[in-house]
Design a protein around this ligand. Structure first.
Ligand code: NAG
Ligand code: NAG
Length: 157
């Protein structure tokens, strides 16, 4: 679910099995990157795969519950938010670590999108904002929010 992938290649160096997902047109570029890094990643005992995922569509390649889900700059188009949340809800349990980073842009469209995301996501997830003071001093940025989403208990029917 990450739109910037270097962090995920880095994770594979720590023996993580990483699945990168994006829209179909981005996959060839991801495959190329995987090929370039294949040997190094295998040497460290991790793996990286790429797969098409259209939010809101059931994807047969995600037939497992990941330990960690990373979302980078995924909130930019209001019409996709409910679909993203449906997918996120389906592929997570209450103990899945979900980390998202999102640049806060000044445009009204972006602000509106973010407000809508917070409103809808809050129905299922609580927001734990990671304070700037505990982020890496070299890479942190006040315009980029880092948030841990924690899945709320399933409601009983
Ligand atoms: C989410 O799960 C529900 C219930 O199993 C299913 O009907 C729906 O298609 C799934 N949606 C996605 C996006 O995976
Ligand atoms: C997750 O939910 C199960 C049962 O619904 C509960 O027993 C468990 O303690 C929950 N785990 C966390 C991390 O909240």
């Amino acid at each position: 679910m990450c739109r910037t992938y270097s962090c995920l290649f880095w994770l594979a160096h720590f023996r993580a099995n990483v699945l990168l997902t994006d829209l179909a047109e981005v996959i060839p570029l991801l495959q190329l990157n995987i090929k370039e890094n294949e040997k190094v990643i295998a040497h460290h005992g991790g793996s990286v795969k790429a797969s098409i995922l259209r939010w809101g569509n059931k994807d047969p390649s995600i037939n497992f519950i990941p330990d960690v889900v990373l979302l980078a700059d995924c909130i930019y188009y209001k019409q996709s938010i409910d679909k993203l949340l449906e997918t996120l809800d389906n592929i997570t349990e209450n103990d899945t670590r979900i980390l998202m980073s999102q640049e806060m842009r000044e445009s009204d469209v972006q602000k509106n999108c973010w407000e809508y995301f917070v409103k809808r996501a809050s129905e299922k997830f609580s927001f734990n904002y990671v304070p700037l003071s505990v982020q890496n001093p070299e890479y942190r940025c006040p315009d980029i929010k880092l948030i841990e989403l924690i899945k709320k208990e399933k409601t009983c029917y």
